[in-house]
Design a protein around this ligand. Structure first.
Ligand code: IPT
Length: 963
């Protein structure tokens, strides 16, 4: 790209940030200045190319009667107005030739007429404000060009006072899907062009501030807050009635205050009063620093229990309405999440108001990612090419100036996955100069030269532990190494929540709680970006015919697209719960630990219950003394309840809050005493052959195969050893991960097509013994499997022994039995972990109890179907028809219970939820063991202790017909 080349490029390919706009300034929801929304229905025309020569639509009098319409805010590709969403993760969906973009550049011309009301203000300036337009816009008012801009998720303003007509006005906006800015916006998400945030006409009265900057620090040593509001372009007064503060802008005051934290989001209502405008402020006093190698707020270490949040709605894409934003935050608070990284761009500005109000720590990330250059070995990376630096600085300034007045924002992030380069350093220098009171984050540069924190994505537990000990591999440069080693550590991404999972969260949490340097992390990510689709349920990459796409990698959230919490979110809530409840030193007592960073436990009530055989025999409350963060106490229940059983203590909200009602469960713990002896497989009766059948107690078997056909009156089909599961996204893994991708290995080995050879059916003594070898075609490995059936007293016992044969180098997906029952047995009941699914490394949230639900409710509707729905630690399970008849299975040891209306093979073959159709069977898996889940769809695989090695095993069940 030579100088002359850039000079002759059309505006949308020029790498410069734009022309004609105003300097950035803060966003605020209200003030007494007049404003007029230009949201609503706009006339719209889509062209397949940029066609810059024809700008006639922008002229007054242009006849747009043949045009369609779109809603603003919105993306035209989601409104049936032409084109479709497209998903790529890393790769650019166009030839990489920065700053040029393809000729096929979908172009949306938007037109709106509006009439200024009679009471429109006459003084000052009127400003046209765009909160977000992807990927760029050129704007005309009444035929006069105002300018153009790039920076999709950032605000842009133009002064328009002189151009407005007293009567009707015509606003014309041309939006191109692709621009030079697209090279800076290669985030892992859908490409969604359009005017997707509000458009407003805003009055800037004479005597109104051009800009203002609220500084509100807190000194934990003496409990004082210091307030200073800098104001540019006007003098003003700062009023905080509750504190009796009335000071001039530019002056500071120090006085006793209550601090703001994410746990105690104390805000003071205030006002900035200038001659021209009164602006409401909400002030939170807090100070963030790095001290002794640790991030501290108000003098205390904090632990991020965070998520990465993209803006997403399954119908409207990144046009996210206010109630959805609040819903996200309420769900986060209800699930103990205390931090958000706004991956990978500044969110809608109102979102940060809600973070201030509800209490979340925020890493505000700039709208910047150039990830697609990684496959080109970073050749041409804009962040290392000074011609792009003005665009980078513009983005940094638009973020900081817009969001600088939020208590919740404690860290600025330069962007995501851009490699390294001088442009990033320039951004960092500018941000530090403008706002030295916040910390700086950027993960992509391992040397950490420009930042205050050492941040990584998806490191293994082992590496995180080394980092926790400040014993990580050194950097080549000793000075940089010493600097980085002294830094606090966060994981800006970990726990890849794609499909079933993520696994291994508890193990990370234990490290965070052990090493001071490890200050938590941000799970990837908050929500699945699946679009509601008439045929597919929720659509993912490839469902819109994209030439290049990354499939369901876009569905990797803790929420399903419709914002239903997934089991991953329920697990995360438990793993990060801010109160720990465990057994006390004496029987019948409990230990309660305050795991908050700043708050006490005064907002909680502790309730206990004592259950025997699924029935609550006693309950009451626990008097927990006031505990400082980190402190523990031993407490006893308020009433005696003798005997063994299951004790559950819940910490619940004592009163309604902004995000949860009284009684909402924040944390819980259980203690089980006197665990009952396991039932031995029954024996005593003898097998009897008759015709082609063998009868043993309630069991009737096929004499040739030794497979049961009936237990009591319940028809049973296909009972046999099962080792297969429909691979999860985490089983399949990602190409860039060093760990072996077992999901792929399992399929290569043919574990989905195991053959069952019958070697012997021996009906003698008091047992029916069936010897088999279970093995896949084409390989010399197998599992020698013996089923030993016994019976007594109407109960049928089964002991399964498995001895691996050959060179098994991979863990097994599962190890247990599966069988089918008629569809009528569709009611499930069990004692064990519940109510939701759990796997060996995702089982923290499995609560012991007796649970009951239909087989349909046992399913977890992952957007791409895959193994799901197992219940952990099951002592017994029953499947019954509506009359209560059915089958009960008790485990010799606790087992994993799964039941579904399709087979694992059907689950494996399905690509979208509607592909799964209920058949005329209920398929049941009773598993002795399961392979863990891990996080390998992007991060590390299953920890060794959660792998299911192919080793000799023996396990047993007792079956009994019911009803
Ligand atoms: C990492 C990205 O930062 C994030 O945007 C998302 O793509 C995530 O992974 C996976 O879903 S980058 C990854 C290649 C480590």
């Amino acid at each position: 790209m030579s100088r002359t080349e850039t000079d002759t490029l059309p505006w949308y390919e020029d790498p410069s940030p734009g022309t004609g706009g105003l300097a950035p300034r803060p966003w605020y929801a209200t003030s007494d200045a007049w404003r007029m929304s230009l949201n609503g229905e706009w006339a719209f025309r889509l062209s397949p190319r940029a066609a810059t020569e024809d700008e006639s639509f922008a002229r007054p009098g242009f006849d747009a009667s043949e045009w369609g319409t779109v809603a603003v805010p919105g993306h035209w590709v989601l409104q049936g107005a032409g084109g479709a969403p497209a998903y790529t993760n890393v790769v650019y969906p166009f030839p990489v030739d920065p700053p040029r973009v393809p000729s096929e550049n979908p172009t949306g011309d938007h037109l709106r007429t509006f009439t200024l009301p009679g009471d429109r203000p006459q003084d000052g300036e009127l400003v046209l404000r765009f909160e977000g337009v992807e990927s760029c816009a050129r704007v005309w008012l009444n035929g006069r060009e105002l300018g153009d801009f790039k920076g999709s998720r950032l605000p842009h303003e133009f002064a328009v006072g002189d151009l407005l007509n007293p009567g009707e006005n015509v606003l014309a906006v041309r939006v191109h899907a692709w621009s030079s800015g697209s090279y800076l916006e290669d985030q892992d998400q859908w490409w969604l062009p359009g005017i997707f945030r509000e458009v407003t006409l805003v009055h800037r009265p004479d005597g109104a501030p051009r800009d203002f900057f609220v500084h509100a620090g807190y000194d934990h040593r003496d409990g004082s807050g210091t307030l200073l509001v800098e104001c540019e372009g006007a003098d003003g007064r700062v009023l905080v009635p509750e504190l009796g503060v009335d000071i001039a802008s530019g002056a500071s005051v120090t006085l006793p205050v209550e601090p703001w934290t994410a746990e105690t989001p104390r805000l003071y209502d205030a006002e900035l009063v200038t001659a021209g405008e009164r602006i409401p402020l909400r002030i939170g006093f807090r100070t963030v620093v790095v001290e002794d190698g640790v991030i501290k707020v108000n003098g205390g270490r904090l632990l991020f229990r965070g998520v990465n949040r993209h803006e997403f709605h399954p119908e409207t894409g990144r046009a996210v309405d206010a109630s959805t934003m609040r819903r996200d935050l309420v769900l986060m608070k209800q699930h103990n999440i205390n931090a958000v990284r706004t991956s990978h761009y500044p969110p809608h500005p109102a979102f940060l108001d809600l973070c201030d109000e509800l209490g979340l720590w925020v890493i505000d990330e700039c709208d910047l990612e150039t990830h697609g250059f990684v496959d080109l070995e970073w050749r041409g990376n804009p962040v290392d090419d000074e011609r792009w630096t003005p665009a980078l600085l513009d983005r940094a300034a638009r973020m900081v100036e817009r969001d600088k007045n939020h208590a919740s924002v404690i860290i600025w992030s330069l962007g995501n996955e851009c490699g390294s380069g001088s442009g990033l350093t320039s951004m960092a220098e500018w941000i530090r100069g403008r706002d030295p009171e916040r910390l700086l984050h950027y993960e992509g540069d391992l040397s950490c030269e420009d930042v205050d924190l050492y941040s990584r994505m998806y490191p293994t537990h082992a590496e995180v532990e080394l980092i926790g000990k400040r014993a990580e591999e050194p950097l080549a440069d000793p000075e940089l190494d010493a600097r980085r080693r002294a830094m606090p550590f966060v994981m800006c991404e970990y726990g890849h929540a794609m499909g079933n999972g993520p696994g291994g969260l508890s193990e990370y949490q234990r490290l965070f709680e052990r090493y001071e340097r490890l200050q938590g992390g941000f799970v990837w990510e908050w929500i699945d970006h699946g679009f509601a689709h008439p045929e597919h349920g929720f659509a993912y990459g490839g469902d819109f015919g994209e030439e290049l796409h990354d499939g369901n990698f876009v569905c990797d959230g803790l929420l399903f697209p419709d914002r239903t919490p997934s089991p991953g979110l329920v697990e995360y809530k438990k793993v990060i719960e801010p109160v720990r409840i465990g057994p006390g030193s004496a029987a019948g007592t409990f230990t309660v630990t305050n795991g908050y960073d700043f708050a006490g436990l005064g907002h909680l009530e502790f309730v206990w219950s004592h259950e025997v055989d699924g029935t609550v025999v006693a309950s009451g409350t626990l008097a927990v003394p006031e505990l400082a963060p980190g402190a523990s106490a031993e407490v006893a229940p308020d009433a005696a309840s003798a005997g063994d059983g299951l004790w559950t203590v819940r910490a619940v909200l004592a009163g309604d809050t902004a995000w949860g009602e009284r009684g909402h469960v924040v944390a819980w713990g259980q203690v089980e005493t006197g665990v009952r002896a396991v039932p031995a497989p029954a024996a005593g009766e003898r097998p009897v052959r008759a015709g082609g059948l063998i009868t043993l107690g309630p069991g009737v078997f096929d004499a040739a195969t030794g497979v049961p056909v009936r237990i009591g009156d319940v028809p049973v089909e296909g009972l046999r050893l099962d080792v297969w599961r429909a691979p999860t996204d985490n089983d399949n893994g990602a190409a860039w991960q060093p760990d072996e991708r077992y999901g792929l290995r399992w399929r290569e080995l043919g574990l989905h097509r195991m053959r069952h050879r019958v070697d012997a059916v021996e009906a003698d003594g008091d047992a029916l013994t069936v010897r088999t070898r279970v093995a896949p075609a084409g390989w010399d490995l197998g599992l020698r499997t013996t089923y030993r059936w016994t019976a007594a007293g109407g109960r049928l016992g089964l002991t399964v022994s498995v001895v691996p044969d050959g060179d098994w180098r991979v863990p097994l997906p599962r190890l247990g039995i599966r069988f089918a029952l008629p569809a009528a047995y569709g009611g499930a009941r069990w004692t064990g972990g519940g109510p939701g699914e759990a796997y060996p490394d995702t089982r923290a949230a499995a609560m012991l109890g007796t649970w009951e639900m239909g087989v349909d409710a046992l399913q977890t509707p992952y957007v791409r179907p895959q193994e799901n729905g197992a219940r952990a630690d099951v002592r017994w399970a029953e499947l019954t028809d509506t009359g209560g008849a059915g089958l009960r299975a008790e485990g010799g040891t606790p087992f994993w219970f799964t039941a579904r209306r399709w087979t694992s093979e059907q689950l494996d073959a399905a690509e979208h939820a509607p592909d799964l159709v209920a058949g005329d069977r209920v398929w049941v898996n009773l598993d002795h063991a399961l392979q863990g889940i891990g996080s390998q769809s992007c991060g590390p695989g299953v920890l060794p202790e959660h792998r299911l090695g192919a080793e000799p095993a023996e396990f047993s069940f007792v079956f009994a017909p019911l009803g």
